[in-house]
Ligand binder design. Sequence first.
Ligand SMILES: Nc1ncnc2c1ncn2[C@@H]1O[C@H](COP(=O)(O)OP(=O)(O)O)[C@@H](O)[C@H]1O
Ligand SMILES: [Mg+2]
Length: 239
Amino acid sequence: MIVRAYNLTKTYQSPRGPAAALDDVNVEIAPGQFVVVMGHSAAGKSTLLGAIGGLLRPSTGQVYIDGLEIWQLDERTRAKLRAGKIGFVFQNASVIRSLTVLENVLLAATFLPKGAKAKAGRATSLIKTVGLADKADAYPHELSGGEKRRVAIAGALMNDPPLLLADEPTGDLDAKTETDVMDLLGRLNSEGTTVVMVTHNSDLRRYADRVLLITDGRLSEDAGHEGPSACGRIEETHL
Ligand SMILES: Nc1ncnc2c1ncn2[C@@H]1O[C@H](COP(=O)(O)OP(=O)(O)O)[C@@H](O)[C@H]1O
Ligand SMILES: [Mg+2]
């Protein structure tokens, strides 16, 4: 089991009083799964991803990554664990306009304990993986929205994370570029990366092995989900 979360709650303090964003969330995610977490705006999706990814401390509860309770670790150890195991694609992930594709991907590795040569090699290979080999030296204004998002995904993969957390990675993309990005996530998953993606778009459930639903901070399993459909990742033959 790669991720386990128990009794997670998160209450934000706001001027209007306390607001519950996560309400007793329990979930276990096995290695290799492609999990889509669906929910409306303000349902708690980003909060959940942040709590699981070691970026946002929950009010109560535990998160275990490969058996380590991440919120019991000191900040430094938690940051190290994040750098070693987790790739995070932020909501509306963006790129830096004054840097090339290659420089943007390298930027994501600034704090990784790797030599410059190893980083450059890894970045070049990831740029190829995300289908931008011929654009490594291009600047963001020469890229489409989907291509920019793929640069952000390449950056999140610099540490070769077994777990990729993606917060509405296609939220602001048109249908065609959304499909490109989803196909990329599907391919990374089929090559072994565990993917947890949150979205408000119910069309994207077709890519998932497993769908979780979040409503007002409460997480539930979509028991009726039957795995990726033909238009997702697996070609089906109809006799
Ligand atoms: N930093 C914050 N301070 C106060 N309330 C917040 C904060 N972040 C999120 N919230 C509230 O928590 C709830 C869940 O937010 P979020 O996890 O961002 O939802 P989603 O990603 O599903 O849109 C929302 O009601 C939101 O307004
Ligand atoms: Mg969000």
